[in-house]
Design a protein around this ligand. Structure first.
Ligand SMILES: [Zn+2]
Length: 78
């Protein structure tokens, strides 16, 4: 399904506005370990951790990193 011009503009606008108050990848990497531990424990996420969560949803490279980290954490626990 092709996107209409309006849809593309909306998406671009969303990306542009979401990036302004979003974390950078560096900030995300800095807290990704803490986030992974909390997520694994099923603990409630603080506001800062929710920002990480949102970044991971939007950023393929950080979500890859997060998956690798989860794998590593699982190996440690086993
Ligand atoms: Zn990122």
């Amino acid at each position: 399904m092709a996107l209409s011009k309006e849809q593309i503009q909306t998406l671009v606008g969303l990306i542009a506005t979401s990036q302004t108050d979003e974390l950078s990848c560096d900030e995300c990497f800095g807290q990704i370990g803490e986030y992974a531990e909390k997520a694994l424990d099923g603990r409630e996420l603080s506001e800062g951790m929710q920002l990480i969560q949102r970044h991971l949803e939007q950023c393929p490279c950080c979500s890859e990193e997060y998956k690798a980290l989860l794998d590593a954490l699982h190996e440690i626990e086993v």
